[in-house]
Design a protein around this ligand. Sequence first.
Ligand SMILES: NC(=O)c1ccc[n+]([C@@H]2O[C@H](COP(=O)([O-])OP(=O)(O)OC[C@H]3O[C@@H](n4cnc5c(N)ncnc54)[C@H](O)[C@@H]3O)[C@@H](O)[C@H]2O)c1
Length: 324
Amino acid sequence: MSKTRYLVTGGAGFIGSHVAKTLAAAGHEVIVLDNLSTGRRANLDDATGRIELVEGSITDLETVESCCRGVDCVFHQAALPSVPRSVVDPLASDEHNVGGTLRVFWGAHRQGVRRVVFAASSSVYGDTIELPKHEGMPVRPLSPYAVNKCVGEMYGAVFNNLYGLSTIGLRYFNVFGPHQDPQSQYAAVVPKFITSFLDGQAPVIHGDGTQSRDFTFVENVVEANLAACAAPGTAGGRSYNIALGGRITVTDLCLKIRALVGSEAEPQYDAARAGDVKHSQADISLAREHLGYAGKVDLDEGLRRTVDWYRTRAQAGGGGKACS
Ligand SMILES: NC(=O)c1ccc[n+]([C@@H]2O[C@H](COP(=O)([O-])OP(=O)(O)OC[C@H]3O[C@@H](n4cnc5c(N)ncnc54)[C@H](O)[C@@H]3O)[C@@H](O)[C@H]2O)c1
C-alpha cells in the first residue's frame, strides 16, 4: 500500500487498536475516533506520534465528518460490543451501534470516502442447528446487540447500492488476543480465563461449558480488514464470516489456557447468560474467495501468544488483571 489516510473508529479499543497500529506501522496516516467508553489511550501507547486520536463519538455527525476528510477507507470498529450489555440497556446499544453506524456511513459518503469496512458480528446468525454457519443462511438475532449488527449490515448494503459508498461487513467470530480487557463485567472469556489463572483463581464458566465457539486470534481479524480494504469493488455491499472455521467448547478452551498458564485451578460453573447462542462455527470460504482472506494464525498459536502477552504484563508489575 502507498501512504494513505485512514480512519479507525473505536481505534482505542481491542480490535481497533490492532488495526490502527498495523496501518501506522506500514507508514500510513491514521486517525482514531474513539469516545474511550470501553477503549483506552494506553492501547495506542506504543504508536504515540504515529496515530492522531480524536476523542469524540460516532453519534456526532459533525465529528465523524471532520474525521472523514481526505480519508480513503474507514475501518469502523466502534460499538458497545456486548450481548449482555445490550440485554441490560438496549437503548444505549441502539444509539451507538445503529445511530452511530448510520452516521459513520453518512459522514463517509458526504466526504467522498472510497470504502467503509465495518465490524459486523457472528451473533446475527442466532442459534442455528446447521453448522458451519455461512452467509447464505437467514439472520436470526437473539439479542438487541445482534439486531444492531443486522441493521448495520442492512445500512451498509443500502449505502453500497444506493449511494455508491463501497461497504464491506466482517462478521467476526469471538476474537481474542493482547489488549482485550479482562476487567469489564462483559469481558470475553479468553482474557478472563487467562487473568484468573495467572492470579491463581478459578475462572467462572457461564452455562455447562459444552457451548462451543470459533475463537479467532486478533491478527487474523486485522488481516481480514486489510484484505477487505484492498478487495475489488465487486466484493462490496455484503458481509463475510471472519474466523478460523473450527470450533472448541468453552470448557476445552479453558483447559487449554490452564495448561498454557501452568495452573491447577478448577473452573467453576455458573448460570448460562441470556441471549448467548449455544454453538458457533464459521464457513470462511466466501471471505477466502472474495477477499483473499487466509486466517494465518491457528488457535493454539494465537492462545500461546496471548497468554505470553498477559504473563509479561503481569510480570511487569500490573498483576494478571493488568491491561493496557
Ligand atoms: N471482540 C469480539 O469478539 C467481537 C466479535 C464480533 C464483533 N465485534 C465487533 O468488533 C468491534 C470492536 O470490538 P472490540 O472487541 O475491539 O471492543 P472494544 O470495546 O475493545 O472496542 C470498541 C471501541 O469503540 C469505542 N466506542 C464505543 N462507542 C463509541 C462511540 N459512540 N464513539 C466512538 N467510539 C466508541 C470504545 O471506546 C472502544 O474503544 C465492535 O464493533 C464489536 O461489536 C467484536
